[in-house]
Design a protein around this ligand. Structure first.
Ligand code: PEP
Ligand code: MG
Length: 854
């Protein structure tokens, strides 16, 4: 593969593209590249080539190299609106130019006054790969090299798969043609919106442009159509919900697929909120990151390296390569299915997503297309997965970007199956702190869990699958530490303090001693906590506090009980509903709930009704497209939207037999009317099953429910405060946005005041059966005394924290807790609340490193 060097078209300041104050450019949606803040008025050709595009308004010019790489120079932002004012062209479309030839002259003063910004993105829009900006963040002169691009044969990501019938049921074939307003073409974001819309229906939808068709279930195939603004799109739909699907997609397209691009904030490095700069002692390296799973550990850094698996570019015959790919995909599918048979709900959900990727028609078609062009199976698969990963990253949604890692994980697994090259086995000693640029879920699952004491990665986010797995393993994890992590040597002693969001490599003797004594104290505390885990929990002055565990499925129930859980305060039933084509029927649900009730052996079981919608879409739960899914048809609203699903679930819950209480918990309640509607369904469920009405409680997750708990109380038996959602809705901060992770602290006094108000409402009439917390705050040792002081009497923790929280509760009197809570309510920040708690309980929260302190 040859390389093209792109030169600066003007003097100016070279910037990273992601610093561009425009969402589409910054997110790489238009293409990868760099940006230039010009100080010069003449725009020159960045390399030899042809003027492949010159906007009518002259604000953008595209040059194509002889090898087919196309680079667009977009002069200023939102300059299309100037309608040519301030631009003078020296070339016409189709002209041959040499590096440095003048293309346009700019009236910088005029453009600067009239446009949003002079920053000019230079992006590769076709024919290039492996785009490498050359040291952005410096001043450049016209003609200086600013990026290199590997020349790639233009890859059309179209699907060649014949459009088959629907997944289920009788087929209806419908077709419609319409024009789409797509100022940037059918790029990743609008394609993702079509895909999300189509997924809601039992129908197969295709998009066609000219003679090419793409299955709308594949983002990759749709983008490969290359649909441009105003072009005609031919839609077809088949399957039982063909008409509904076609209506919904046409309505979506007609309503405009493009969001107005709001200027993106310029990316600046923000110091982590609760990691105040700490002075490093001689020889120490202190790095900060984002907490993905809490805890503190001392151990030896073990670096996990990714070995690039080499595959030949050219293959044997297409038949042989295609068969090899099929075998490799089957082998990986078999392994993933086997791995999914064990472990908790989180692990199963992640592996189910991997299985879905292994069957993605767009990926497979793209690989087959490359094989058809003479590529080897490995080369073709790598090309397809990387293109898919790039698309996910380009969506500008951090959650989607993290899904790119899942694709790269599958890339490695399939290549390893194809080449027989096993991934390197990393020998871990006890107490290893695994450090890596990034970790793939399969790499983490392959590690000896007993020996992993902590995780720390340069990249990644707190909602990545690895973060979820780490939290489920109870292993402290710090992510997004940055490239500074490269400086940590393999085998170095490290203190990983995920609670304080920092990693200290080569700690000084004093710091080591302090950390080790804290660690030893913590081990003793933990051993004590575990020894008393099975005892009922009371404060030091005898107030009963029930400590339950949150569960996702039956596999988690046994270990939770062994860890001291006195019941299940939140069964997240959505794991049973995700990643399948249709909802589980009543008997299947009953079997699951009954198995959990049996394992709990008479301990209370609080079953939350399906909390779907939002970021947990279900293919069989048809919802209209939503601008803000987190504020949309989610939680109880989705259940009331599909009362048939909710009624089935209520019937299943009513039929569970247990020696102890079985209760129903309703998610995302915002008003009394919703409770009444569910109660009406519950009456139908009890009538149908001839069972008694179970206890009914609500999650306090909306500020509305928190401030009106007194009005809701007469209609319910208990409350459980979901601090994760309550915090995101109170602070208006997306709980899954890694950029906000550092500030999203449920100990924010605004959240605490809402909890106080909710508890006051819950006891305003007759006290409810449980006043509980099942959000993340219940698992935070710093928060437990405050919650008790505010009147909470049941804490439902992640299973790995149950024993510890019980022991924290035992070490406080109710009077201590009340004093702490009263003072916390007067403070003005979460940091101040944490500092207050630390004053009263100075020892840090630590976790056992499985006995190994180096
Ligand atoms: C919460 O929001 O605090 C909660 C427990 O629900 P989930 O985390 O499942 O949304
Ligand atoms: Mg919630």
């Amino acid at each position: 593969m040859s390389e093209l060097t792109v030169h600066a078209p003007m003097d100016g300041w070279l910037r990273r593209l992601d610093e561009t104050p425009d969402e589409a450019f910054a997110g790489g949606m238009v293409g990868e590249g760099v940006a230039l803040d010009p100080t010069d008025t003449v725009v020159r050709a960045p390399f030899d080539g042809v003027v492949a595009g010159l906007a009518r308004t002259l604000h953008a010019v595209t040059i194509r190299s002889p090898e087919g790489v196309e680079v667009m120079i977009h002069l200023g932002l939102e300059t299309v609106a100037l309608n040519g004012q301030g631009f003078t062209a020296h070339v016409a479309q189709g002209a041959h130019v040499r590096t440095g030839d003048p293309l346009l002259t700019l009236d910088l003063d005029l453009i600067a006054t009239m446009a949003t910004s002079l920053i000019s993105p230079m992006v590769v829009v076709a024919g290039g790969a492996d785009i490498r900006p050359l040291s952005p963040g410096r001043s450049v002169r016209a003609g200086d090299p600013v990026m290199t691009v590997a020349v790639q044969k233009a890859a059309g990501l179209q699907t060649t798969r014949p459009v088959s019938g629907p997944a289920t049921g009788p087929t209806t074939n419908l077709a419609r043609t319409l024009r789409a307003a797509l100022p940037h073409g059918l790029h990743a974001r609008p394609a993702a919106r079509i895909l999300a819309c189509v997924r809601a229906f039992d129908a197969r939808v295709t998009l066609g442009r000219e003679d090419r068709q793409a299955d709308a279930s594949s983002l990759i195939a749709m983008m490969g159509l290359g649909v441009q603004d105003g072009e005609e799109l031919h839609l077809t739909a088949s399957g039982p919900q063909a008409a509904e699907a076609l209506d919904a997609v046409c309505a979506l397209i007609a309503a405009g697929l493009e969001e107005t691009a709001a200027p993106a904030p310029i990316a600046v490095a923000t110091p982590s909120r609760s990691a105040p700069a700490e002075v490093a002692e001689a020889g120490e390296l202190i790095l900060t990151g984002v907490t993905a799973a809490p805890g503190l550990v001392i151990g030896r850094a073990i670096r996990l390296r990714q070995i690039e698996i080499t595959v030949p570019a050219d293959g044997l015959s297409a038949t042989e390569e295609s068969a090899a790919l099929g075998h490799a995909l089957n082998a990986v599918r078999g392994r993933v299915e086997k791995a999914a048979a064990t472990g908790g709900a989180h692990r199963k959900a992640i592996l189910a997503a991997h299985l879905a990727f292994l069957d993605d028609p767009g990926l497979i078609d793209e690989a087959e297309r490359a094989i058809g062009e003479g590529r080897s199976a490995g080369f073709a698969w790598r090309q397809a997965t990387r293109a898919g990963a790039d698309l996910f990253r380009a969506l500008g949604d951090p959650r989607m970007a993290e899904r790119a890692d899942d694709l790269l994980d599958l890339e490695r697994q399939v290549l390893s199956a194809l080449t027989g090259e096993a991934p390197p086995v990393t020998a871990l000693g006890a107490g290893s702190v695994v450090i890596a640029d990034d970790l793939l879920p399969s790499q983490l699952m392959a590690l000896d869990a007993v020996k992993v004491a902590g995780l720390c990665t340069s990249r990644g986010g707190p909602t990545s699958h690895v973060a979820i797995l780490a939290a489920a393993m109870g292993v402290p994890a710090l992510v997004a530490v940055g490239q500074g992590l490269d400086a940590v040597e393999d085998g170095a002693l490290v203190v990983l303090d995920a609670d304080a969001r920092r990693l200290i490599a080569s700690p000084s003797a004093t710091r080591q001693a302090a950390a080790q004594s804290a660690f030893a104290a913590r081990q003793r505390r933990r051993a004590d906590a575990l020894a008393q885990a099975q005892d009922p929990c009371h404060t030091a002055d005898g107030v009963r506090i029930e400590v339950f565990a949150n569960l996702g499925d039956v596999a988690e129930a046994g270990p939770a009980v062994a860890g001291g859980a006195e019941g299940c305060g939140l069964l997240r039933t959505e794991f049973l509903f995700l990643d399948r084509e249709s909802a589980p029927d009543e008997d299947e649900q009953l079997a699951q709930y009954q198995a959990i009730a049996d394992t709990l052996d008479g301990r209370p079981l609080i079953i939350r009704t399906l909390d779907a919608g939002g970021d947990k879409p279900l293919p069989y739960l048809v919802t209209p497209p939503e601008e803000n899914p987190a504020l949309g048809l989610r939680g109880v609203r989705s259940g009331l939207h599909r009362p048939d699903l909710l009624l089935t679930q209520l019937r299943a819950i009513c039929r569970v037999r247990s020696k102890g209480p079985v209760a129903i918990l309703l998610p995302m309640i915002a008003s009394v009317a919703e409770v009444r509607q569910v109660r009406a369904l519950l009456e139908m469920a009890t009538a149908a099953t001839a069972e008694k009405t179970p206890l009914v409680g609500i999650m306090i997750e909306t500020p509305a429910a928190a401030v009106t708990t007194d009005l809701l109380a007469p209609a319910i038996d208990f409350i459980s405060i979901g601090t994760n959602d309550l915090t995101q809705y109170t602070l208006a901060m997306d709980r899954q946005n890694p950029a906000l992770a550092a500030d999203l602290d449920s100990l924010h006094p605004a959240v605490l005041r809402l909890i106080a108000q909710s508890v006051a409402g819950a006891v305003s009439d007759a006290p409810l059966k449980w006043i509980g917390v099942c959000g993340g705050l219940a698992s935070d040792p710093a928060a437990a005394p405050i919650l008790i002081g505010l009147g909470v009497r049941e804490l439902s923790t992640t299973p790995s924290m149950t024993a510890e929280i019980k022991s924290v509760v035992r070490s406080h009197t109710l009077a201590d807790c009340q004093a702490l809570a009263a003072e916390a309510l007067t403070l003005d920040s979460a940091e101040a609340v944490r500092a207050l708690v630390a004053e009263h309980r100075p020892a840090p929260v630590l976790r056992s490193a499985n006995g190994a302190v180096a």
